[in-house]
Design a protein around this ligand. Structure first.
Ligand code: HEM
Length: 503
């Protein structure tokens, strides 16, 4: 055989291998994408490789969830996250079974970033059982009423700084505010105290290490968006590509601050009994005492909790505050009612700043926040992973290992529960909401519901009470705003803006 025959043989073999591989992949994808069809389940038409994720980095997952119910107004619908069949549940009755009643079948979330990312996989949001159960129990004392009462004082101090910053930077300079950034500063200053027990004030233009961390966490760049999209929706790829839940600079910063403060705490650990760092240091001891050969390092576990509490505190609350102001900027009637409620409470109490109990008495403000959370739910879906075969109804048994998502927006925009769902009507939340089925899910439901729910609501309400008391909010944007296509949860494109006019 001469050289040209060998080359020809090689080329033919290569073509054979390529065609063979192509056929195998094609058969595999065909079988995969017929998953819902074969079971007689309605499904959203996928495209090869991407499945229903063809929109990523061009449009947001928030928009996808919102539009899915319009395309398929059914109790559940099959979708494909890349090549993975996923069940999207859109009815509160079924959501109740999955999230609450039959939690043992769905104890974990689907998202995952792989063993190379300990902070990403060990935090309370992502961690899987049995460790989750232990952590949830140990971390709950962070949010007792006593502790929240204390933290409200600092929220109020920061809300007062916020009012001054608005005057300095926007009113006096005639600038339009980037609300998402402004309120991330407020939540960043508050979380510095909540997690690390330190007082910082980026709102007062003082350098803050926490702002350095949180700025990184909330920046939805193309690359961070892609990393998160993979971790949330194609975990296998995230693990292979070694994507990280927290960016490298944010991780280093959290590590440095945490161990620096923890070192001093050890020398004097009788103080700050309920301080988060002390709770974590005690947790570390318990984890070490009960460690087994395959247990993750306790240092990684506690650091992961600090990181996720920072992220959890910043992102969702600042988005919520920004959307409340956006909504009331377009509804002067609602705004006046709000102003009256707050100013009357302030007059009654005889001081400008309301305490924990007084803030919780602002029912109309709470209703405005709830209506905003309904329409602009920061987390548009709740993800779970089926741990053992589960009979959903007479037509479908969910197989072990199948991801199940609850489409929160499908429920929040269902006319049966919320007539004229596109209209901002806080009054709906002034009446008792029927809680037989979970029709209001901004904080999730069941044992894995948001651990920071009360803290989150308080920090939103404390800041709004101060801002609305001191400023009239005027709109500078059209009512409908774009969502950020790089974000895996709701983020307004370009941060939202309003004009603040002193009262
Ligand atoms: C407006 C504010 C907030 C919203 C809308 C929100 C929303 C959510 C949602 C939807 C979940 C998933 C629940 C589920 O799957 O059933 C969640 C979980 C979680 N949130 Fe929040 N959250 C907020 C504030 C906070 C705050 C302030 C913190 C921390 C201090 C926090 C920390 C967490 C953690 C650690 C989890 C995971 C809980 C677990 O799996 O056990 N969140 N949040």
């Amino acid at each position: 055989m001469d050289a040209s025959e060998i080359v020809w043989l090689l080329i033919r073999s290569l073509i054979g291998v390529l065609i063979g591989s192509f056929i195998i992949i094609w058969l595999y994808l065909r079988k995969t994408y017929n998953y819902w069809k074969d079971r007689g389940i309605l499904y959203d038409k996928p495209v090869p490789i991407f499945g229903n994720l063809g929109f990523i980095m061009r449009r947001s997952i928030w928009d996808y969830c919102y539009e899915l119910r319009n395309r398929h107004p059914s109790d559940y619908v099959g979708i494909f996250l890349a090549w993975n069949p996923v069940l999207m549940v859109q009815s509160p009755e079924l959501a109740k079974n999955i999230l609450i009643k039959d939690f043992e079948y769905f104890p974990n979330r689907y998202l995952y970033s792989g063993y190379s990312d300990p902070l990403g996989t060990l935090n309370l949001f992502t961690v899987r059982n049995p460790l989750w159960k232990k952590l949830r129990y140990e971390l709950s004392p962070m949010f007792t009423s006593l502790r929240l009462r204390k933290i409200t004082e600092l929220m109020n101090t920061n809300a007062t700084e916020l009012v001054k910053k608005i005057k300095r930077d926007y009113v006096e300079k005639n600038n339009v505010a980037n609300l998402k950034e402004l309120f991330s500063m407020y939540t960043s200053d508050t979380v510095a105290y909540n997690v690390f027990g330190i007082r910082v004030s980026i709102l007062n233009d003082k350098p803050s290490p926490l702002w350095y961390i949180t700025r990184h966490m909330v920046q939805w760049t193309f690359w961070r968006g892609l990393e998160f999209t993979m971790i949330f929706f194609v975990p296998l790829m995230a693990a292979i590509l070694r994507f990280k839940f927290f960016s490298a600079p944010a991780t280093d910063y959290v590590k440095n601050i945490f161990w620096d403060i923890a070192k001093h705490r050890k020398e004097d650990d009788t103080k700050n009994e309920n301080d988060f760092i002390n709770i974590l240091l005690k947790l570390k001891k318990k984890l070490n005492d009960s460690a087994e050969p395959d247990s993750p390092p306790a240092d990684d576990v506690i650091l992961a909790q600090a990181a996720v509490f920072i992220l959890g505190s910043i992102e969702t609350s600042s988005t919520t505050i920004a959307f409340v102001l956006h909504e009331i900027a377009h509804r002067p009637d609602v705004q006046e009612k709000l102003f009256n409620e707050i100013s009357e409470a302030v007059k009654r109490k005889g001081r400008d700043v309301l305490d924990y109990n007084e803030l919780l008495e602002l029912k109309y403000l709470a209703a405005c926040v709830n209506e905003t959370l309904r329409m602009h739910a920061p987390v548009p879906y709740l993800d779970r992973l089926c741990a053992k075969d589960y009979k959903l109804d007479d037509n479908l048994t969910i197989e072990t290992g199948t991801p199940v998502f609850i489409n929160v927006l499908a429920i929040h925009y269902n006319e049966k529960y919320y007539p004229e769902p596109e209209k901002f009507r806080p009054e709906r939340f002034m009446k008792e909401i029927d809680t037989t089925n979970p029709v209001f899910l901004p904080f999730g439901e069941g044992p894995r519901f948001c651990i920071g729910k009360r803290y989150g609501m308080l920090q939103v309400i404390a800041s709004l009470a101060q801002v609305i008391l001191h400023y009239r909010i005027e709109s500078v944007l059209p009512y409908t705003v774009r969502t950020d296509p790089y974000a895996v949860i709701l983020a307004p494109k370009d941060g939202l803006s309003v004009n603040f006019v002193p009262r």
